[in-house]
Every structure is written in structure tokens, then in C-alpha cells.
Design a protein around this ligand. Structure first.
Ligand SMILES: C[S@@+](CC[C@H](N)C(=O)[O-])C[C@H]1O[C@@H](n2cnc3c(N)ncnc32)[C@H](O)[C@@H]1O
Length: 283
């Protein structure tokens, strides 16, 4: 998308999150658009300090993609553009950057220019109607930064995964990550487990959790705070859905390691392969 197209992405940006009188009742797949308000988007890069994130992820995703001979990538949860820019820098041939939030995409476009003069090909698209708004076939789809958690119904999750599956080449791969909600649901959060993101001094902590909602608060050094309402995906549930929409093999890493104790990692990364396998090779 060109700069002219990009300017069309900027709407009348809201600066205040709206959760109404009963914030813990807000459990809707479309609500993310009201959560990533302009001021929070501006803060997001403070939350996920790019240099620190680069260091903590290392070349995990790049290696996973290269190992599978990937050249074209669709980033479906671009956010402010961290992975899209990273993959362009690493020389992946086609990188398309989609997201349902216009505010996020505008920021991503600016970041593409700022970090290396990349003109990101941004497309505003909701995962549930991805095929309608994004065209082509990709070797890989990435959905990173605990994004899939924004879908609140199983129907929406199945629909989104089916859209991802349909846009992959016959042996394509989906890489999707999520927070370790099992640990939060099973061990509680009374210990006030705080997640210090890569950005210094930004604290993300669960404020309310039940089987259908994980409401997190993000506190910034200037005293400002924002919330995200998310669905607490259990690891094996996500894996099962991936299998059920047709992915043949799903490998799950804990904090980028292949072996881990289940309640230790903060994040899981699922790598779901589409290539059709003999029965005994499928996991
Ligand atoms: C937690 S942010 C992560 C952004 C980025 N991947 C990162 O790691 O920094 C989640 C992103 O998913 C997007 N998103 C959430 N639900 C979506 C949906 N149904 N369709 C498209 N994008 C969605 C949001 O707009 C937001 O940019």
C-alpha cells in the first residue's frame, strides 16, 4: 500500500478506551478495535521495546521460516509492525501486513519507514473475513504477540483458523503464539504474577480472570494505564482447534524451547503445518 492509501487508514482516532459500566462483561471479538485506541497504540512500542524484543526472540521465527523454505509471509496481526519489519530486514520476498485496526496499521506504516525505509504493504482486514480483503497464497502466516486471544467465541476462532488455512500454500505453515493462560487459570493470579514486557518499567498484570475472560491492566511509567479483555486460551485447546481445521502437525514451544514444564513458560508458540502426512507422521 502506498503512502496515499495509508492516509486513508487514519480515521477519527479515539483516545479513550470504553468498557462501559461492567468491564468484565465485555467479551466480544470486535471489541479489540475499541481497545487499541490511538494513545494506547502510541504507547505500544514503549510496551514492547523493539530492541529488547529483538534480543529476546533472537532468530527463532526467522529460523523456523527458513527451515521450511518460506519466501512469502502474511502477517495477520501486524500491530505496530515489529515482525513485518523484521522479516523484510531478513530478506523474505513478500511480506503483507494485515490487521483489523487502522490505528495499528498507520503506526506500522510509519515504523516501516522509520526502521529501514520499508514501504509496508498494509491491508486492513479482520481475520474472520481475511480471504475477502487479502488476496494471494502464502508460504507462511504469522499471528504473533498474543493476538488470537482477542476472539471470544469458538465459532470465530474456527472461522479465523479456516481463513488462515485457506490462504496457505499446500505445504504452508501457521505460526501463532499465546500467553500461558493454563498457568494463570490453574494457579490463580493471587501471587500477582506481573509480566514485565521487554519495555522497561511497563507492567502487565491480570486484573480479573475466569474461564471466559482474562482482563489485563498495562501500567506505564507516566501513570497512564490501559486494559485489554482477552479470552484465556488453554494450550491444548488451541492445538486441538488447529488440528480440527486441518493442520496436520502442530508443534508447541514454551518460551521458544521445545522442552518445558507446562506451568513455567510465559508464552507458547504453536507451529502448525498444512502438508498432508501419513497417519503415523501426524501429531
Ligand atoms: C496484542 S496486539 C499484537 C500486535 C503485534 N503482533 C505484536 O506482537 O506487537 C494484537 C493485534 O491483533 C489485532 N487483532 C485483534 N483481533 C483481530 C481480528 N479479529 N482481526 C484482525 N486483527 C485483529 C489487533 O488490532 C492488534 O493489532
Amino acid at each position: 500500500m502506498t503512502a496515499d492509501h495509508r492516509s486513508g487508514l487514519r480515521g477519527p482516532a479515539s483516545t479513550v478506551q470504553e468498557f462501559g459500566d461492567a468491564p468484565t462483561e465485555v467479551r466480544e471479538s470486535t471489541h479489540y478495535k475499541h481497545e487499541y485506541v490511538q494513545t494506547f497504540v502510541d504507547k505500544w512500542d514503549e510496551l514492547i521495546d523493539w530492541r529488547a524484543r529483538y534480543a529476546s526472540e533472537g532468530s527463532f521465527f526467522v529460523e523456523q521460516l527458513r527451515r521450511r523454505g518460506v519466501t512469502s509471509v502474511l502477517d495477520v496481526a501486524t500491530g505496530t509492525g515489529f515482525h513485518s519489519v523484521r522479516l523484510l530486514e531478513e530478506g523474505f520476498e513478500t511480506v503483507v501486513s494485515a490487521d483489523g485496526s487502522a490505528e495499528m496499521l498507520a503506526k506500522a506504516f510509519d515504523n516501516g519507514m522509520k526502521f529501514g525505509g520499508h514501504v509496508l504493504r498494509v491491508v486492513q482486514a479482520d481475520w474472520r473475513w481475511l480471504n475477502r480483503d487479502v488476496h494471494g497464497e502464502y508460504d507462511a502466516i504469522i499471528c504473533l504477540g498474543n493476538s488470537f486471544t482477542h476472539l471470544f467465541s469458538e465459532r470465530d476462532r474456527r472461522r479465523a483458523l479456516a481463513e488462515f488455512y485457506a490462504m496457505l500454500s499446500h505445504d504452508g505453515v501457521l505460526i501463532l503464539d499465546q500467553r500461558n493462560y493454563d498457568a494463570i487459570l490453574d494457579n490463580g493470579f493471587s501471587s500477582k504474577h506481573q509480566y514485565y514486557y521487554c519495555g522497561d518499567d511497563v507492567v502487565a498484570e491480570p486484573e480479573y480472570v475466569d474461564d471466559g475472560l482474562a482482563r489485563f491492566r498495562y501500567r506505564f511509567p507516566d501513570g497512564s494505564q490501559y486494559h485489554l479483555n482477552m479470552f484465556p486460551l488453554r494450550k491444548d485447546y488451541t492445538r486441538r482447534l488447529m488440528h480440527e481445521v486441518g493442520f496436520q502437525r502442530v508443534e508447541t514451544y514454551g518460551d521458544f524451547q521445545s522442552t518445558y514444564a507446562d506451568d513455567e513458560p510465559d508464552f507458547f508458540v504453536h507451529i502448525a503445518e498444512k502438508a498432508y502426512l501419513d497417519q503415523e507422521d501426524a501429531e
